[in-house]
Design a binder for this molecule. Sequence first.
Ligand SMILES: Cc1cc2nc3c(=O)[nH]c(=O)nc-3n(C[C@H](O)[C@H](O)[C@H](O)COP(=O)(O)OP(=O)(O)OC[C@H]3O[C@@H](n4cnc5c(N)ncnc54)[C@H](O)[C@@H]3O)c2cc1C
Length: 557
Amino acid sequence: MSVTHRLTAPAPGWTTDTDVVVVGSGVAGLTVALNVRRAGLRAMVVTKAMLDDGSTRWAQGGIAAALGEGDTPEQHLTDTLVAGAGLCDGDSVRTLVTEGPDAVRRLIAVGAAFDRGEDGDVLLTREGGHHRNRIAHAGGDATGAEISRALVEAVRRDPDVELIEHALVLDLLTDADGHAAGLTLHVMGEGQRDGVGAVRARAVVLATGGMGQVFSATTNPAVSTGDGVALALRAGAEVTDLEFVQFHPTVLWLGPEAEGQQPLVSEAVRGEGAHLVDADGVRFMLGQHELAELAPRDIVAKAITRRMREHGTDHMYLDGRHFGAEMWQRRFPTILASCRAHGIDPVTEPIPVAPAAHYASGGVRTDTRGRTSVPGLSACGEVACTGVHGANRLASNSLLEGLVFAERIAADLTARLAAGDLPERVVDVEAARAARPVPLPAPEARAEIQRLMSRGTGVLRSAASMAATAAGLARLAEQTRAAVAEEKPADPRVETWEAANLLLVADALVTAAAQREETRGCHWREDFPERDDAHWQRHLITTLTASGGPVSTLEEP
Ligand SMILES: Cc1cc2nc3c(=O)[nH]c(=O)nc-3n(C[C@H](O)[C@H](O)[C@H](O)COP(=O)(O)OP(=O)(O)OC[C@H]3O[C@@H](n4cnc5c(N)ncnc54)[C@H](O)[C@@H]3O)c2cc1C
Protein backbone atom coordinates (compact mmCIF):
# COMPACT_ATOMS: atom_id res chain seq x y z
CA MET A 1 0.00 0.00 0.00
CA SER A 2 1.39 3.44 -0.90
CA VAL A 3 0.26 6.97 -0.34
CA THR A 4 -2.15 7.68 -3.20
CA HIS A 5 -3.00 11.29 -2.45
CA ARG A 6 -1.17 14.11 -0.72
CA LEU A 7 -1.94 17.66 0.27
CA THR A 8 -0.79 20.27 -2.23
CA ALA A 9 2.45 21.55 -0.76
CA PRO A 10 5.93 22.65 -1.83
CA ALA A 11 8.58 19.92 -2.08
CA PRO A 12 10.48 19.35 1.20
CA GLY A 13 13.35 21.79 1.54
CA TRP A 14 15.08 19.99 4.40
CA THR A 15 15.30 16.48 5.84
CA THR A 16 16.03 15.00 9.24
CA ASP A 17 15.78 11.54 10.72
CA THR A 18 14.90 9.62 13.86
CA ASP A 19 13.80 6.13 14.90
CA VAL A 20 10.18 6.80 15.85
CA VAL A 21 8.37 9.97 14.87
CA VAL A 22 5.28 10.70 16.97
CA VAL A 23 2.70 13.17 15.68
CA GLY A 24 0.95 14.96 18.54
CA SER A 25 1.77 15.81 22.13
CA GLY A 26 -1.32 14.90 24.15
CA VAL A 27 -1.52 12.05 26.63
CA ALA A 28 -1.12 9.51 23.81
CA GLY A 29 1.80 11.03 21.91
CA LEU A 30 3.87 11.96 24.94
CA THR A 31 3.34 8.54 26.52
CA VAL A 32 4.58 6.83 23.35
CA ALA A 33 7.64 9.10 23.22
CA LEU A 34 8.58 8.55 26.87
CA ASN A 35 8.21 4.78 26.63
CA VAL A 36 10.02 4.46 23.31
CA ARG A 37 12.90 6.45 24.79
CA ARG A 38 13.11 4.15 27.79
CA ALA A 39 13.63 1.30 25.34
CA GLY A 40 16.60 3.10 23.83
CA LEU A 41 15.01 4.24 20.57
CA ARG A 42 15.38 7.81 19.38
CA ALA A 43 12.03 9.60 19.52
CA MET A 44 10.85 12.78 17.89
CA VAL A 45 7.57 14.49 18.80
CA VAL A 46 6.12 16.80 16.16
CA THR A 47 3.22 18.94 17.26
CA LYS A 48 1.09 21.57 15.59
CA ALA A 49 1.16 24.28 18.24
CA MET A 50 2.63 24.26 21.76
CA LEU A 51 3.19 20.92 23.50
CA ASP A 52 0.08 21.25 25.67
CA ASP A 53 -2.33 22.57 23.04
CA GLY A 54 -4.43 19.44 22.41
CA SER A 55 -7.58 18.16 24.09
CA THR A 56 -5.67 16.49 26.91
CA ARG A 57 -5.13 19.75 28.74
CA TRP A 58 -8.87 20.46 28.66
CA ALA A 59 -10.06 17.19 30.19
CA GLN A 60 -11.91 17.93 33.37
CA GLY A 61 -13.71 14.96 34.87
CA GLY A 62 -10.88 12.49 35.13
CA ILE A 63 -9.54 9.13 34.14
CA ALA A 64 -11.46 5.88 34.69
CA ALA A 65 -9.78 2.79 36.17
CA ALA A 66 -10.84 0.07 38.57
CA LEU A 67 -8.73 1.36 41.46
CA GLY A 68 -11.37 1.48 44.20
CA GLU A 69 -12.26 -1.07 46.85
CA GLY A 70 -14.81 -3.54 45.53
CA ASP A 71 -14.35 -2.42 41.93
CA THR A 72 -12.90 -4.81 39.36
CA PRO A 73 -11.80 -4.63 35.71
CA GLU A 74 -14.71 -6.96 34.98
CA GLN A 75 -17.24 -4.37 36.22
CA HIS A 76 -15.46 -1.64 34.27
CA LEU A 77 -15.65 -3.90 31.22
CA THR A 78 -19.40 -4.40 31.66
CA ASP A 79 -20.08 -0.65 31.88
CA THR A 80 -17.88 0.01 28.84
CA LEU A 81 -19.64 -2.64 26.76
CA VAL A 82 -23.08 -1.30 27.70
CA ALA A 83 -22.11 2.23 26.60
CA GLY A 84 -20.61 0.88 23.35
CA ALA A 85 -24.02 -0.49 22.27
CA GLY A 86 -22.89 -3.75 20.70
CA LEU A 87 -19.94 -2.46 18.68
CA CYS A 88 -17.04 -2.64 21.15
CA ASP A 89 -14.16 -4.96 20.43
CA GLY A 90 -14.10 -7.33 23.42
CA ASP A 91 -10.32 -7.89 23.34
CA SER A 92 -9.60 -4.18 23.21
CA VAL A 93 -11.94 -3.42 26.10
CA ARG A 94 -10.43 -6.22 28.19
CA THR A 95 -6.98 -4.84 27.46
CA LEU A 96 -8.09 -1.36 28.49
CA VAL A 97 -9.69 -2.31 31.78
CA THR A 98 -7.09 -4.84 32.91
CA GLU A 99 -4.02 -2.77 32.02
CA GLY A 100 -5.67 0.52 33.02
CA PRO A 101 -5.09 0.51 36.79
CA ASP A 102 -1.32 -0.08 36.46
CA ALA A 103 -1.07 2.42 33.62
CA VAL A 104 -2.60 5.05 35.93
CA ARG A 105 -0.13 4.07 38.68
CA ARG A 106 2.72 4.53 36.17
CA LEU A 107 1.32 7.93 35.23
CA ILE A 108 1.40 8.85 38.92
CA ALA A 109 5.02 7.66 39.02
CA VAL A 110 5.81 10.00 36.10
CA GLY A 111 4.57 12.84 38.32
CA ALA A 112 0.80 13.33 37.82
CA ALA A 113 -0.68 14.31 41.19
CA PHE A 114 -4.25 13.07 41.58
CA ASP A 115 -6.58 14.32 44.32
CA ARG A 116 -6.29 12.24 47.49
CA GLY A 117 -8.37 11.86 50.62
CA GLU A 118 -7.16 12.27 54.20
CA ASP A 119 -6.10 8.61 54.21
CA GLY A 120 -3.80 9.32 51.26
CA ASP A 121 -5.80 7.20 48.83
CA VAL A 122 -6.65 8.53 45.36
CA LEU A 123 -10.18 9.97 45.49
CA LEU A 124 -12.61 8.41 43.04
CA THR A 125 -15.85 9.84 41.75
CA ARG A 126 -18.56 8.59 39.39
CA GLU A 127 -19.70 9.72 35.96
CA GLY A 128 -22.49 8.79 33.57
CA GLY A 129 -22.72 5.08 32.73
CA HIS A 130 -20.35 3.96 35.52
CA HIS A 131 -21.87 1.82 38.26
CA ARG A 132 -18.86 2.37 40.56
CA ASN A 133 -16.81 5.29 41.77
CA ARG A 134 -13.78 4.85 39.51
CA ILE A 135 -12.87 8.27 38.11
CA ALA A 136 -9.57 9.58 39.44
CA HIS A 137 -9.30 13.37 39.18
CA ALA A 138 -6.73 16.09 39.76
CA GLY A 139 -7.04 19.69 40.89
CA GLY A 140 -10.77 19.07 41.35
CA ASP A 141 -11.80 19.44 37.73
CA ALA A 142 -8.41 20.06 36.11
CA THR A 143 -7.36 16.45 35.50
CA GLY A 144 -6.14 16.88 31.94
CA ALA A 145 -4.09 19.96 32.80
CA GLU A 146 -2.28 18.01 35.52
CA ILE A 147 -1.66 14.97 33.28
CA SER A 148 -0.41 17.25 30.52
CA ARG A 149 1.84 19.16 32.94
CA ALA A 150 3.41 15.96 34.26
CA LEU A 151 4.02 14.47 30.81
CA VAL A 152 5.31 17.70 29.27
CA GLU A 153 7.77 18.12 32.16
CA ALA A 154 8.88 14.50 31.77
CA VAL A 155 9.62 14.85 28.03
CA ARG A 156 11.32 18.19 28.54
CA ARG A 157 13.58 16.53 31.14
CA ASP A 158 14.68 13.94 28.58
CA PRO A 159 17.21 15.49 26.19
CA ASP A 160 16.88 12.49 23.89
CA VAL A 161 13.25 13.21 23.03
CA GLU A 162 13.45 15.69 20.19
CA LEU A 163 10.56 18.15 20.20
CA ILE A 164 9.37 20.11 17.18
CA GLU A 165 6.58 22.53 18.09
CA HIS A 166 4.55 24.68 15.68
CA ALA A 167 4.89 22.02 12.99
CA LEU A 168 1.93 20.82 10.98
CA VAL A 169 2.36 17.28 9.71
CA LEU A 170 1.09 16.97 6.15
CA ASP A 171 1.45 13.43 4.81
CA LEU A 172 2.99 10.02 5.29
CA LEU A 173 6.05 8.87 3.37
CA THR A 174 6.57 5.18 2.60
CA ASP A 175 9.44 3.00 1.42
CA ALA A 176 9.39 0.82 -1.68
CA ASP A 177 7.52 -1.92 0.27
CA GLY A 178 4.75 0.48 1.28
CA HIS A 179 6.04 0.56 4.89
CA ALA A 180 5.78 3.92 6.67
CA ALA A 181 9.15 5.61 6.32
CA GLY A 182 8.51 9.08 7.68
CA LEU A 183 6.40 12.11 6.97
CA THR A 184 6.29 15.56 5.47
CA LEU A 185 5.63 18.57 7.66
CA HIS A 186 5.57 22.31 7.65
CA VAL A 187 7.43 24.08 10.43
CA MET A 188 6.25 27.55 11.34
CA GLY A 189 9.49 28.90 12.62
CA GLU A 190 12.78 30.35 11.76
CA GLY A 191 16.17 28.80 11.24
CA GLN A 192 17.26 25.60 9.60
CA ARG A 193 13.91 23.89 9.81
CA ASP A 194 11.57 26.48 8.42
CA GLY A 195 8.88 25.63 5.88
CA VAL A 196 8.14 22.21 4.39
CA GLY A 197 10.54 19.41 5.29
CA ALA A 198 10.70 15.65 5.67
CA VAL A 199 11.37 13.39 8.65
CA ARG A 200 12.67 9.91 7.86
CA ALA A 201 11.88 7.28 10.49
CA ARG A 202 11.69 3.53 11.13
CA ALA A 203 8.11 3.90 12.37
CA VAL A 204 5.43 6.60 12.51
CA VAL A 205 2.89 7.02 15.31
CA LEU A 206 -0.23 9.15 14.84
CA ALA A 207 -1.50 10.73 18.06
CA THR A 208 -3.20 13.77 16.57
CA GLY A 209 -6.34 13.74 18.74
CA GLY A 210 -9.90 14.42 17.65
CA MET A 211 -11.89 16.15 14.94
CA GLY A 212 -14.36 18.25 16.94
CA GLN A 213 -13.59 21.30 14.79
CA VAL A 214 -15.55 19.71 11.97
CA PHE A 215 -18.66 21.01 13.83
CA SER A 216 -19.60 24.61 14.74
CA ALA A 217 -19.94 24.01 18.46
CA THR A 218 -17.35 21.77 20.08
CA THR A 219 -15.46 21.29 23.30
CA ASN A 220 -12.29 20.54 21.31
CA PRO A 221 -9.48 23.07 20.88
CA ALA A 222 -8.66 24.70 17.54
CA VAL A 223 -5.97 22.08 16.72
CA SER A 224 -8.55 19.23 16.63
CA THR A 225 -9.11 19.30 12.87
CA GLY A 226 -8.98 15.56 12.16
CA ASP A 227 -5.55 15.82 10.47
CA GLY A 228 -4.54 12.29 11.50
CA VAL A 229 -7.64 10.67 10.05
CA ALA A 230 -7.26 12.67 6.81
CA LEU A 231 -3.56 11.77 6.53
CA ALA A 232 -4.32 8.10 7.18
CA LEU A 233 -7.02 8.06 4.51
CA ARG A 234 -4.68 9.62 1.97
CA ALA A 235 -2.07 7.01 2.93
CA GLY A 236 -4.50 4.22 2.11
CA ALA A 237 -5.33 3.27 5.72
CA GLU A 238 -8.70 2.02 6.90
CA VAL A 239 -10.69 4.25 9.21
CA THR A 240 -13.79 3.09 10.99
CA ASP A 241 -16.76 4.08 13.19
CA LEU A 242 -16.54 7.72 12.03
CA GLU A 243 -20.31 8.13 12.36
CA PHE A 244 -20.08 7.74 16.13
CA VAL A 245 -19.40 11.26 17.35
CA GLN A 246 -20.19 11.86 20.97
CA PHE A 247 -21.94 15.12 21.65
CA HIS A 248 -21.34 16.29 25.18
CA PRO A 249 -24.75 17.04 26.64
CA THR A 250 -23.72 19.94 28.85
CA VAL A 251 -21.57 22.60 27.24
CA LEU A 252 -21.94 26.14 28.47
CA TRP A 253 -24.39 27.82 26.10
CA LEU A 254 -22.89 31.12 24.98
CA GLY A 255 -25.66 32.36 22.73
CA PRO A 256 -27.01 31.46 19.29
CA GLU A 257 -24.01 32.85 17.33
CA ALA A 258 -21.22 31.14 19.30
CA GLU A 259 -18.77 29.02 17.21
CA GLY A 260 -15.59 26.97 17.81
CA GLN A 261 -14.40 25.71 21.19
CA GLN A 262 -16.90 26.22 23.99
CA PRO A 263 -16.48 25.58 27.73
CA LEU A 264 -17.49 22.20 29.04
CA VAL A 265 -19.54 21.73 32.18
CA SER A 266 -18.18 18.33 33.17
CA GLU A 267 -20.33 15.29 33.75
CA ALA A 268 -18.78 15.19 37.21
CA VAL A 269 -21.07 18.13 38.11
CA ARG A 270 -24.02 15.82 37.46
CA GLY A 271 -22.08 13.06 39.23
CA GLU A 272 -22.05 15.20 42.34
CA GLY A 273 -25.81 15.76 42.11
CA ALA A 274 -26.61 18.71 39.84
CA HIS A 275 -29.98 18.42 38.05
CA LEU A 276 -30.91 19.05 34.44
CA VAL A 277 -33.99 21.24 34.28
CA ASP A 278 -35.97 23.10 31.64
CA ALA A 279 -36.91 26.77 31.83
CA ASP A 280 -39.80 25.83 34.14
CA GLY A 281 -37.45 24.03 36.54
CA VAL A 282 -38.76 20.55 35.61
CA ARG A 283 -36.22 17.68 35.95
CA PHE A 284 -36.88 16.09 32.57
CA MET A 285 -34.36 13.21 32.88
CA LEU A 286 -36.40 11.56 35.63
CA GLY A 287 -38.28 8.61 34.18
CA GLN A 288 -36.19 8.61 30.97
CA HIS A 289 -33.44 6.32 32.30
CA GLU A 290 -32.70 4.50 35.57
CA LEU A 291 -29.59 6.67 36.02
CA ALA A 292 -31.54 9.90 35.25
CA GLU A 293 -28.94 12.71 34.70
CA LEU A 294 -26.16 10.10 34.86
CA ALA A 295 -27.47 8.06 31.93
CA PRO A 296 -24.95 7.53 29.08
CA ARG A 297 -24.14 10.72 27.23
CA ASP A 298 -26.07 9.98 24.05
CA ILE A 299 -29.26 9.44 26.07
CA VAL A 300 -28.76 12.73 27.90
CA ALA A 301 -27.80 14.65 24.72
CA LYS A 302 -30.86 13.32 22.89
CA ALA A 303 -33.17 14.09 25.82
CA ILE A 304 -31.85 17.65 25.99
CA THR A 305 -32.19 18.07 22.22
CA ARG A 306 -35.74 16.70 22.28
CA ARG A 307 -36.71 18.97 25.16
CA MET A 308 -35.16 21.95 23.37
CA ARG A 309 -37.23 21.17 20.29
CA GLU A 310 -40.41 20.79 22.32
CA HIS A 311 -39.79 24.12 24.00
CA GLY A 312 -38.57 25.86 20.83
CA THR A 313 -35.33 26.88 22.52
CA ASP A 314 -31.63 26.19 22.04
CA HIS A 315 -30.58 25.43 25.59
CA MET A 316 -31.61 23.83 28.89
CA TYR A 317 -30.21 24.38 32.40
CA LEU A 318 -27.97 22.56 34.84
CA ASP A 319 -28.90 23.40 38.42
CA GLY A 320 -26.17 22.98 41.03
CA ARG A 321 -27.19 25.78 43.35
CA HIS A 322 -27.64 23.33 46.22
CA PHE A 323 -23.85 22.57 46.21
CA GLY A 324 -23.19 25.93 47.88
CA ALA A 325 -20.27 28.28 47.25
CA GLU A 326 -17.69 26.28 49.20
CA MET A 327 -18.25 23.07 47.25
CA TRP A 328 -18.29 24.84 43.89
CA GLN A 329 -14.97 26.46 44.78
CA ARG A 330 -13.31 23.30 46.09
CA ARG A 331 -14.65 20.69 43.68
CA PHE A 332 -15.19 22.61 40.44
CA PRO A 333 -12.93 25.68 40.50
CA THR A 334 -12.30 25.64 36.73
CA ILE A 335 -15.97 25.38 35.77
CA LEU A 336 -16.94 27.99 38.35
CA ALA A 337 -14.35 30.41 36.98
CA SER A 338 -15.32 29.75 33.37
CA CYS A 339 -19.04 30.27 34.07
CA ARG A 340 -18.35 33.46 36.00
CA ALA A 341 -16.11 34.70 33.18
CA HIS A 342 -19.20 34.43 30.95
CA GLY A 343 -21.46 36.23 33.42
CA ILE A 344 -23.14 33.19 35.00
CA ASP A 345 -22.81 32.35 38.69
CA PRO A 346 -23.63 28.65 39.27
CA VAL A 347 -23.85 29.28 43.02
CA THR A 348 -26.92 31.47 42.58
CA GLU A 349 -28.39 30.55 39.17
CA PRO A 350 -28.83 27.49 36.92
CA ILE A 351 -26.21 27.20 34.16
CA PRO A 352 -27.51 27.42 30.55
CA VAL A 353 -26.25 24.33 28.67
CA ALA A 354 -26.58 22.67 25.24
CA PRO A 355 -24.92 19.67 23.52
CA ALA A 356 -21.73 20.16 21.44
CA ALA A 357 -19.38 17.81 19.54
CA HIS A 358 -17.02 16.32 22.08
CA TYR A 359 -15.40 13.03 21.19
CA ALA A 360 -14.71 10.94 18.08
CA SER A 361 -15.27 7.29 18.97
CA GLY A 362 -14.10 6.28 15.52
CA GLY A 363 -10.79 6.92 13.81
CA VAL A 364 -7.88 5.12 12.24
CA ARG A 365 -8.50 1.42 12.65
CA THR A 366 -5.92 -0.38 14.82
CA ASP A 367 -5.41 -3.73 16.47
CA THR A 368 -4.61 -4.09 20.18
CA ARG A 369 -0.95 -3.30 19.46
CA GLY A 370 -1.92 0.00 17.90
CA ARG A 371 -0.97 -1.12 14.37
CA THR A 372 -3.01 0.34 11.50
CA SER A 373 -3.61 -1.30 8.12
CA VAL A 374 -0.52 0.52 6.74
CA PRO A 375 2.65 -1.30 7.86
CA GLY A 376 4.81 0.80 10.16
CA LEU A 377 2.01 3.28 10.89
CA SER A 378 0.57 3.07 14.40
CA ALA A 379 -2.14 5.20 15.96
CA CYS A 380 -3.31 5.83 19.51
CA GLY A 381 -5.46 8.22 21.50
CA GLU A 382 -8.50 9.90 20.03
CA VAL A 383 -7.29 9.64 16.40
CA ALA A 384 -7.34 5.86 16.67
CA CYS A 385 -10.22 3.42 16.70
CA THR A 386 -9.01 0.55 18.87
CA GLY A 387 -12.57 -0.66 19.29
CA VAL A 388 -12.85 0.17 23.00
CA HIS A 389 -15.62 2.72 22.55
CA GLY A 390 -17.85 0.98 20.02
CA ALA A 391 -20.85 3.16 19.21
CA ASN A 392 -20.36 5.38 22.24
CA ARG A 393 -17.56 6.18 24.66
CA LEU A 394 -18.00 5.62 28.36
CA ALA A 395 -17.07 8.82 30.20
CA SER A 396 -13.39 9.15 31.15
CA ASN A 397 -12.31 6.08 29.19
CA SER A 398 -10.48 8.18 26.59
CA LEU A 399 -7.54 9.43 28.63
CA LEU A 400 -7.14 5.85 29.79
CA GLU A 401 -7.28 4.54 26.22
CA GLY A 402 -4.60 7.05 25.17
CA LEU A 403 -2.38 5.92 28.02
CA VAL A 404 -2.84 2.16 27.71
CA PHE A 405 -2.54 1.88 23.94
CA ALA A 406 0.38 4.33 23.79
CA GLU A 407 2.24 2.03 26.17
CA ARG A 408 1.33 -0.92 23.97
CA ILE A 409 2.62 0.79 20.82
CA ALA A 410 5.91 1.54 22.57
CA ALA A 411 6.13 -2.10 23.67
CA ASP A 412 5.34 -3.29 20.14
CA LEU A 413 8.00 -1.06 18.57
CA THR A 414 10.53 -2.10 21.20
CA ALA A 415 9.85 -5.79 20.57
CA ARG A 416 10.13 -5.28 16.83
CA LEU A 417 13.44 -3.50 17.28
CA ALA A 418 14.76 -6.40 19.38
CA ALA A 419 13.60 -8.85 16.71
CA GLY A 420 15.41 -6.88 14.00
CA ASP A 421 12.07 -6.02 12.44
CA LEU A 422 12.52 -2.25 12.53
CA PRO A 423 15.27 -1.47 9.99
CA GLU A 424 16.13 1.98 8.76
CA ARG A 425 13.80 2.95 5.92
CA VAL A 426 14.57 4.56 2.58
CA VAL A 427 11.81 6.85 1.39
CA ASP A 428 10.38 5.91 -2.00
CA VAL A 429 10.76 9.28 -3.69
CA GLU A 430 8.99 8.16 -6.86
CA ALA A 431 5.91 7.03 -4.93
CA ALA A 432 5.83 10.33 -3.03
CA ARG A 433 5.98 12.22 -6.33
CA ALA A 434 3.30 10.03 -7.90
CA ALA A 435 0.76 10.74 -5.15
CA ARG A 436 -1.98 13.00 -6.48
CA PRO A 437 -2.06 16.51 -4.96
CA VAL A 438 -5.32 17.35 -3.18
CA PRO A 439 -6.49 20.89 -4.04
CA LEU A 440 -6.75 23.26 -1.07
CA PRO A 441 -10.01 25.05 -0.18
CA ALA A 442 -10.00 28.71 0.76
CA PRO A 443 -9.61 29.25 4.54
CA GLU A 444 -13.24 30.44 4.77
CA ALA A 445 -14.34 26.90 3.94
CA ARG A 446 -13.71 25.92 7.56
CA ALA A 447 -16.69 27.85 8.95
CA GLU A 448 -18.91 26.65 6.11
CA ILE A 449 -17.96 23.00 6.68
CA GLN A 450 -18.72 23.43 10.40
CA ARG A 451 -22.13 24.96 9.73
CA LEU A 452 -23.05 22.24 7.22
CA MET A 453 -22.03 19.49 9.62
CA SER A 454 -23.78 20.90 12.69
CA ARG A 455 -26.96 21.60 10.76
CA GLY A 456 -27.31 18.25 8.99
CA THR A 457 -25.07 15.70 10.68
CA GLY A 458 -25.10 16.72 14.35
CA VAL A 459 -27.00 15.19 17.28
CA LEU A 460 -30.09 14.59 15.13
CA ARG A 461 -29.63 13.05 11.68
CA SER A 462 -31.84 11.93 8.80
CA ALA A 463 -31.28 10.97 5.16
CA ALA A 464 -32.53 14.39 4.08
CA SER A 465 -30.44 16.38 6.55
CA MET A 466 -27.28 14.45 5.65
CA ALA A 467 -27.95 14.77 1.93
CA ALA A 468 -28.00 18.53 2.46
CA THR A 469 -24.65 18.33 4.26
CA ALA A 470 -23.17 16.17 1.50
CA ALA A 471 -24.43 18.53 -1.22
CA GLY A 472 -22.90 21.52 0.58
CA LEU A 473 -19.56 19.72 0.96
CA ALA A 474 -19.63 18.74 -2.73
CA ARG A 475 -20.22 22.40 -3.62
CA LEU A 476 -17.16 23.42 -1.62
CA ALA A 477 -15.07 20.73 -3.32
CA GLU A 478 -16.27 21.91 -6.72
CA GLN A 479 -15.43 25.55 -5.91
CA THR A 480 -11.96 24.40 -4.85
CA ARG A 481 -11.41 22.49 -8.10
CA ALA A 482 -12.73 25.43 -10.10
CA ALA A 483 -10.28 27.81 -8.41
CA VAL A 484 -7.42 25.50 -9.38
CA ALA A 485 -8.71 25.22 -12.97
CA GLU A 486 -8.86 29.03 -13.16
CA GLU A 487 -5.31 29.16 -11.85
CA LYS A 488 -6.43 30.90 -8.69
CA PRO A 489 -5.69 28.17 -6.12
CA ALA A 490 -5.55 28.92 -2.42
CA ASP A 491 -1.99 29.24 -1.08
CA PRO A 492 -0.60 26.20 0.70
CA ARG A 493 -0.55 27.25 4.37
CA VAL A 494 -1.81 26.04 7.73
CA GLU A 495 -5.36 27.37 7.29
CA THR A 496 -5.82 25.82 3.84
CA TRP A 497 -4.21 22.49 4.78
CA GLU A 498 -6.51 22.30 7.81
CA ALA A 499 -9.51 23.20 5.65
CA ALA A 500 -8.60 20.38 3.23
CA ASN A 501 -8.35 17.94 6.13
CA LEU A 502 -11.69 19.10 7.57
CA LEU A 503 -13.36 18.76 4.17
CA LEU A 504 -12.11 15.20 3.73
CA VAL A 505 -13.00 14.15 7.27
CA ALA A 506 -16.45 15.75 7.02
CA ASP A 507 -17.06 13.97 3.73
CA ALA A 508 -15.96 10.62 5.20
CA LEU A 509 -18.10 11.14 8.30
CA VAL A 510 -21.25 11.98 6.35
CA THR A 511 -20.65 9.06 3.98
CA ALA A 512 -20.59 6.61 6.88
CA ALA A 513 -23.40 8.26 8.85
CA ALA A 514 -25.73 8.33 5.85
CA GLN A 515 -25.04 4.68 5.18
CA ARG A 516 -25.82 3.48 8.73
CA GLU A 517 -29.60 3.27 8.62
CA GLU A 518 -30.26 2.67 12.29
CA THR A 519 -29.98 4.42 15.63
CA ARG A 520 -27.15 3.14 17.82
CA GLY A 521 -25.03 4.67 20.56
CA CYS A 522 -24.35 8.29 19.70
CA HIS A 523 -25.53 7.94 16.08
CA TRP A 524 -29.19 9.00 16.17
CA ARG A 525 -31.26 8.72 12.99
CA GLU A 526 -34.69 10.33 13.15
CA ASP A 527 -35.74 8.28 10.10
CA PHE A 528 -34.39 5.00 11.53
CA PRO A 529 -35.09 5.36 15.25
CA GLU A 530 -34.46 1.71 16.21
CA ARG A 531 -31.27 -0.22 16.76
CA ASP A 532 -31.06 -2.92 14.08
CA ASP A 533 -28.64 -5.64 15.16
CA ALA A 534 -29.56 -7.98 12.31
CA HIS A 535 -28.16 -5.60 9.70
CA TRP A 536 -25.97 -3.17 11.54
CA GLN A 537 -24.10 -4.78 14.40
CA ARG A 538 -21.02 -4.37 12.25
CA HIS A 539 -18.49 -1.67 11.52
CA LEU A 540 -18.33 0.56 8.49
CA ILE A 541 -14.80 0.72 7.14
CA THR A 542 -13.95 3.87 5.21
CA THR A 543 -11.13 4.19 2.66
CA LEU A 544 -10.36 6.54 -0.24
CA THR A 545 -11.16 5.66 -3.83
CA ALA A 546 -8.68 6.33 -6.64
CA SER A 547 -10.44 9.65 -7.30
CA GLY A 548 -9.86 10.73 -3.71
CA GLY A 549 -13.42 10.45 -2.39
CA PRO A 550 -14.32 8.37 0.69
CA VAL A 551 -16.21 5.10 0.41
CA SER A 552 -17.62 3.10 3.35
CA THR A 553 -18.09 -0.64 3.24
CA LEU A 554 -19.78 -2.81 5.80
CA GLU A 555 -17.39 -5.18 7.55
CA GLU A 556 -17.92 -8.86 6.80
CA PRO A 557 -19.86 -10.59 9.59
C1 LIG B 1 -13.17 19.83 27.18
C2 LIG B 1 -12.81 18.37 27.17
C3 LIG B 1 -12.97 17.62 28.32
C4 LIG B 1 -12.65 16.26 28.34
N1 LIG B 1 -12.76 15.56 29.50
C5 LIG B 1 -12.32 14.27 29.53
C6 LIG B 1 -12.29 13.55 30.76
O1 LIG B 1 -12.65 14.06 31.82
N2 LIG B 1 -11.83 12.28 30.73
C7 LIG B 1 -11.41 11.65 29.59
O2 LIG B 1 -11.00 10.49 29.62
N3 LIG B 1 -11.42 12.33 28.41
C8 LIG B 1 -11.85 13.62 28.37
N4 LIG B 1 -11.84 14.30 27.19
C9 LIG B 1 -11.30 13.64 25.99
C10 LIG B 1 -9.78 13.57 26.10
O3 LIG B 1 -9.29 14.76 26.64
C11 LIG B 1 -9.17 13.33 24.75
O4 LIG B 1 -9.79 12.26 24.09
C12 LIG B 1 -7.69 12.99 24.92
O5 LIG B 1 -7.04 13.96 25.70
C13 LIG B 1 -7.05 12.88 23.56
O6 LIG B 1 -5.69 12.74 23.76
P1 LIG B 1 -4.76 12.59 22.51
O7 LIG B 1 -3.36 12.48 23.03
O8 LIG B 1 -5.27 11.53 21.64
O9 LIG B 1 -4.95 13.95 21.69
P2 LIG B 1 -4.80 15.48 22.10
O10 LIG B 1 -4.57 15.68 23.54
O11 LIG B 1 -5.94 16.20 21.48
O12 LIG B 1 -3.47 15.88 21.35
C14 LIG B 1 -3.42 15.88 19.95
C15 LIG B 1 -2.10 16.48 19.55
O13 LIG B 1 -1.89 16.34 18.16
C16 LIG B 1 -1.43 17.57 17.62
N5 LIG B 1 -1.77 17.60 16.20
C17 LIG B 1 -2.98 17.51 15.62
N6 LIG B 1 -2.86 17.55 14.27
C18 LIG B 1 -1.53 17.69 14.00
C19 LIG B 1 -0.76 17.82 12.83
N7 LIG B 1 -1.32 17.82 11.59
N8 LIG B 1 0.57 17.97 12.93
C20 LIG B 1 1.17 17.99 14.13
N9 LIG B 1 0.50 17.86 15.30
C21 LIG B 1 -0.83 17.72 15.23
C22 LIG B 1 -2.13 18.61 18.46
O14 LIG B 1 -1.51 19.85 18.37
C23 LIG B 1 -2.00 17.95 19.84
O15 LIG B 1 -0.72 18.16 20.37
C24 LIG B 1 -12.16 15.65 27.16
C25 LIG B 1 -11.99 16.41 26.00
C26 LIG B 1 -12.31 17.76 26.00
C27 LIG B 1 -12.11 18.55 24.75
